[in-house]
Design a protein around this ligand. Structure first.
Ligand code: CP
Ligand code: NVA
Length: 332
């Protein structure tokens, strides 16, 4: 198994089989245990990786940097504002330059085609650290977190509430389809994932036994759910003008205590983070002043409740990204 992952990029999760995803989760769990036990794991000693971030980040950047250090690697952070990427040099040329110096490249940015082009020309593994369409390293961490919490993935029911057209819902749908889970997107119809993607996932679901559903009524959708999952209503790179319509359209899909109670006694709350759950952020305060609300996609009481496993989920970003890098670089 490990040999079959060497040299491969990690772009959407589509390109990985359920057995390969399970292997990455097992490997991440092992790396997590080693880290907790203080056991060194310099599996990629003296390799070099480049981290390109065209959008901001806390978790993903830190996860890549800490994981790289733990694996004995060196990393270079590339801020496109301070490099030639995109402005003076095409992605194709950047890929060939970086591929000649680095053993692997992480990319966070806009269209999925950009990371695909990078992977096509770099000649080294490229890892998608978030595009408009997909966020696969996040979903790997989410799967590990769900497996840690419930002991298994098969048939677990994850309900995503909010903007189900964007990277998080898309990638969760792919991950759930692959792992034979039950995925429900709950949103106004205009916010459902695109049909082509749904069809692709439905085809996978036929083989894995996954169930994919699309509902508009939150109280109905969350019944017997294992996980209620949400994401910000306005994603990075979207214009400020969309806030008003998003707040209007998505407020009924906020994860509230009432919704958690409607789900199940054991239901957990998950969020990729960052989250607007209180007035502790600049944007949160601006929205409060303009629209009079003090949280957006999730109530603070849910975010801070015992059912919330968001920080375990955030920590798992590092362990799973480490597994992806070590496996694809052939470190173990
Ligand atoms: N969840 C996530 O990708 O967080 P960052 O934007 O902080 O990297
Ligand atoms: N949908 C969000 C995810 C952040 C991790 C965004 O793209 O901004």
């Amino acid at each position: 198994m490990a040999a079959s992952l060497k040299g491969r990029s990690f772009l959407t999760l589509f390109e990985y089989t359920p057995a390969e995803i399970e292997h990455l989760l097992d490997f991440a769990a092992k790396l997590k245990a080693m880290k907790k036990a203080g056991e060194k794991h310099h599996y990629c000693k003296d390799k070099n990786i480049a981290l390109i971030f065209e959008k901001t980040s806390t978790r993903t950047r830190c996860a890549f940097e800490v994981a790289a250090a733990d694996l004995g690697m060196h990393s270079t952070y590339l801020d496109p504002k301070a490099s030639q990427i995109g402005k003076k040099e095409s992605i194709r040329d950047t890929a060939r330059v970086l591929g000649s110096m680095y053993d692997g490249i992480e990319y966070r940015g806009f269209e999925q085609e950009i990371v695909e082009e990078l992977a096509a020309y770099a000649g080294v593994p490229v890892w998608n650290g978030l595009t408009n369409e997909f966020h696969p390293t996040q979903v790997l961490a989410d799967l590990l977190t769900i497996r840690e919490h419930f002991g298994s993935l098969k048939d677990r029911h994850l309900v995503f509430l909010g903007d189900a057209r964007y990277n998080m819902a898309n990638s969760l749908m792919v991950g759930c389809a692959k792992m034979g889970m039950h995925f429900t997107a709950c949103a106004p119809e205009a916010y459902f994932p695109n049909e082509e993607l749904v069809e692709r996932c439905q085809n996978i679901a036929k083989r894995t036994g996954a169930i994919l559903e699309f509902k508009t009524n939150p109280m109905e959708a969350v019944k017997n759910a294992d996980v209620l999952y949400t994401d910000v209503w306005v994603s990075m790179g979207e214009p400020d003008e969309v806030w008003a319509e998003r707040i209007r359209d998505l407020s009924p899909y906020r994860v509230t205590t009432a919704l958690m109670e409607e789900a199940d006694v054991d239901t957990v709350f998950m969020h990729c983070l960052p989250a607007f759950h209180d007035l502790g952020t600049e944007i949160g305060r601006q929205i409060h002043e303009k629209f009079g609300i003090d949280c957006m996609e999730v109530e603070d009481a849910v975010f801070e409740s015992k059912a919330s496993i968001v920080f375990q989920e955030a920590e798992n970003r590092m362990h799973t990204i480490k597994a992806v890098m070590a496996a694809t670089l052939g470190g173990k």
